[in-house]
Design a protein around this ligand. Structure first.
Ligand code: ADP
Ligand code: MG
Length: 702
């Protein structure tokens, strides 16, 4: 299906001159190609851009060559001095001169015949590399280039420097990149002509060539014309894929779902509190989306503890009232079970038939759930993403709710949309993500925001305490739980590790238990699911009052009467994670405390993170600071999940381009939804080049 013109770019890198299987594998490692994904393709190599330059233009002569500098010298080869025979540790030396002095060219483990052929005595050679002064004499160990006049005239005097990996020679990579560039065909222009003219950006091929041939440091700047162009190409590909997905979702619809409000009323009546204004508004927005003939694609943004789960249940209730089914997908099994548990009594009160489905439901039990989903005797299923990817058949799935917390996965959503049923989609995410990130990750989605916290919440007092005062903290926690409080104690690792000086949860648990007695429980990711449940349940019921945990409790765990959060080695956590963890307390009416235990001395970033935690509970501010301190990859979750994110574009440097690309993509889809115009056909090439071609299949399906 891919246009033939792109074929040369989609061959394995081994199709390039000088790239054999070994080098191909090394390039795969360099580009982070996933295990089992095969060899990288030529196109992958094209986007591996240099991060520096080597400037060989400095030609000061031997005597004036500065220590440590890269220089190029015109030399006459005087004599070869091989190492004394049998002594492989001694280097091979070649002495050469210009009118200012003599320099030693030094080679370790060299082949004599090779060196003799390269540097015959009496010949003139152009030698480039790093000069070192040793006991007052200049030398150059393993020069980068030794060439004759003819070759020297062709030698680039400024070379790009690429991020490297072991087992791959610099020259080999440079040659492979050159080959890749030569394979780039001249492609039709996909960029909006007025935009291109206004920005004075080069064409795609020219931009790639310029990106790989920097002649000054300024050519490496993200805002240089060629890098801006490539970044825009990448952003446009992503925005266009998202816009096409959205258009496809809308087109494939036609179902208006309207409930009679019966189940929602029953749920409201069963709640011990009333909905916040923003919850009511979000539910109203969802209700009107569901009632419209278009498919819903809505993002529900709300800080931890803002009450998204209840909004999800109300949304599900509307669909069930209308006679369809709903599914809620959680990022972890623990969270899926927890959602199911909190929702069960409310669902029961409303007559919504609910079941949980994770990897743990097996055999007969699983089959019974699958059957009930297929025949419609189940209304709402709560499970993990993985379960739904494996393909569960519904009688009539009206609404899919994806609880992503802060782990976005655009590609997953594309897969979900590609299934092509008339299902409405609601994505829930914690923390008000900065707008550029929302655009990048979700494209043009409708957004509902929960801006209010449920009434009666009190601010959480956050304190930072050095780990040396651990005993004191244990003492205080002991008296607090004796007085009836519930506390979490979060440790960064599951098992004792030699490299990392981390307090293992198991070890900490043993210590706290011997200090505080049987009120201490433990939950971590390596426990069996049933053990995890039992530990959580005991804590919920108050049979244990101090729960030692790893970050498994990070997402969504809800025990409203827990009021103390201790985070050990808080300096090792990212801001978003600290905020999520702290959000586990302060959910009830009791005053809550968060103790951040740290081991000093703190690095600058860690210090800033802890200071921000002390200063604010505002999720929006924390997200912005996180972006600033951590870089975008982490915040987008691309580093954790290995989802390919952006390779050239940066949210920080190209932020403004996201908005332009979003509008551009929207116009394209409006005017040329099948990508059939001349520009449309060029845009298809763009989608392939940046691996967003899943969206092209949507074009056909639609
Ligand atoms: P989120 O998923 O947004 O982090 P949850 O849905 O887990 O938040 O809700 C956090 C807690 O707040 C839960 O204990 C929930 O029962 C409670 N809650 C939700 N809405 C309200 C409300 N309107 N008033 C009081 N408490 C609420
Ligand atoms: Mg939640």
């Amino acid at each position: 299906m891919r246009p033939d013109i792109l074929n040369p770019l989609f061959r394995d890198v081994t199709s390039l001159a000088g790239v054999g299987p070994k080098v191909g594998e090394a390039i795969g490692r360099l580009l982070g190609t996933e295990e089992g994904a095969g060899l990288p393709r030529v196109v992958d190599l094209l986007f591996h851009l240099p991060t520096g330059i080597v400037d060989r233009r400095n030609q000061p002569g031997v005597a004036r060559s500065p220590e440590g500098a890269i220089v190029t010298l015109e030399l006459r080869i005087d004599r070869h001095v091989p190492p004394p025979s049998g002594n492989r540790k001694q280097p091979y030396r070649v002495f050469a001169t210009d009118e200012s002095g003599e320099i030693a060219l030094v080679f370790f483990h060299a082949e004599t015949t090779f060196l003799e052929r390269m540097m015959p005595v009496g010949a003139i050679r152009y030698v480039s590399g790093r000069v070192e002064w040793f006991n007052g004499r200049p030398q150059m160990v393993h020069p980068d280039h030794v060439v004759d006049r003819e070759a020297f005239e062709k030698l680039p005097m400024v070379e790009p420097v690429y991020p490297m990996t072991a087992g791959l020679a610099r020259k080999t990579l440079a040659r492979a990149v050159q080959g890749a560039l030569e394979a780039v065909p001249v492609l039709g222009e996909w960029m909006d002509a007025p935009l291109l003219a206004q920005r004075r950006w080069p064409a795609f091929k020219a931009a790639l060539e310029a990106a790989h041939a920097p002649s000054a440091e300024t050519d490496l700047l993200p805002e240089s014309p060629h890098l801006s162009r490539l970044a825009y190409d990448e952003i446009l590909a992503s925005q266009l894929a998202l816009a096409l997905t959205r258009a496809n979702l809308r087109r494939a619809s036609g179902l208006e779902r309207r409930g009679d409000g019966r189940m929602r009323a029953a749920i409201s009546a069963a709640l011990p509190f009333s909905l916040t204004g923003s919850q009511q508004q979000a539910i109203a927005e969802i209700e009107s989306d569901l009632a419209a003939p278009d498919r819903m694609l809505r993002l529900l943004q709300g800080d931890v503890g803002s009450g998204k789960t209840l909004v999800a249940l109300m949304a599900a209730a509307i669909v069930v009232e209308a006679g369809s089914q709903a599914a809620l997908m959680a990022p972890t099994e623990l969270l899926a079970r927890q959602h199911a548990k909190t929702l069960a009594p409310l669902a029961a009160a409303a007559g919504i038939r609910l079941s949980v489905l994770t990897g743990r439901e097996k055999g007969r039990e699983r089959q019974a759930i699958l059957d009930a989903l297929a025949d419609g005797s189940l209304d709402l299923v709560v499970g993990t993403h993985a379960v739904f990817q494996a393909g569960v058949a519904f009688r009539d799935l009206g609404l899919a709710i994806v609880d992503e917390q802060h782990r976005f996965g655009v590609h997953q959503r594309l897969a979900l949309a590609g299934k092509g049923s008339a299902t409405d989609i609601l994505v829930m995410t914690a923390t008000p993500i900065p707008r550029t990130l929302v655009l990048a990750a979700f494209g043009d989605m409708d957004v509902s925001r929960l801006t209010e916290k449920p009434a009666g919440r009190r601010p959480i007092e956050t304190r930072t305490i050095p780990l040396e005062r651990l005993d004191e903290v244990v003492g205080r926690i002991g008296s607090a739980i004796a007085a009836g409080a519930k506390a979490y104690w979060v440790c960064p690792l599951v098992e004792e590790s030699e490299e990392v000086d981390a307090a293992a949860a198991a070890a900490r648990f043993a210590e706290l238990r011997s200090a505080l007695g049987p009120m201490v429980g433990l939950v971590h990711g390596r426990m069996k699911a049933a053990e995890k449940d039992a530990a959580m349940l005991a804590f919920q019921r108050g049979e244990t009052r101090l729960l030692v945990a790893t970050t498994v409790i990070e997402v969504g765990v809800d025990v409203p009467d827990a009021t103390i959060m201790v985070i050990e080695h808080a300096e090792r956590f990212g801001l978003a994670q600290l905020h999520q963890l702290r959000g586990r307390v302060g959910r009830g009416s009791g005053a809550s405390t968060c103790l951040l235990l740290y081991r000093g001395p703190l690095g600058e970033t860690a210090h800033d993170r802890l200071a921000i935690m002390r200063e604010t509970e505002d999720g929006f501010r924390i997200a912005e600071e996180d972006l600033r301190l951590r870089g975008e990859g982490d915040l987008l979750g691309t580093k954790q999940s290995g989802v390919p994110g952006f390779r050239i574009a940066s949210f920080e440097k190209h932020g403004a381009l996201f908005e332009i690309a979003r509008q551009d993509a929207r116009m394209i889809v409006e005017r040329d939804p099948g990508l059939e115009s001349e520009r449309g056909r060029a845009l298809r090439l763009l989608l392939y080049l940046f691996g967003r071609d899943a969206a092209i299949r949507l074009l056909r399906a639609g």
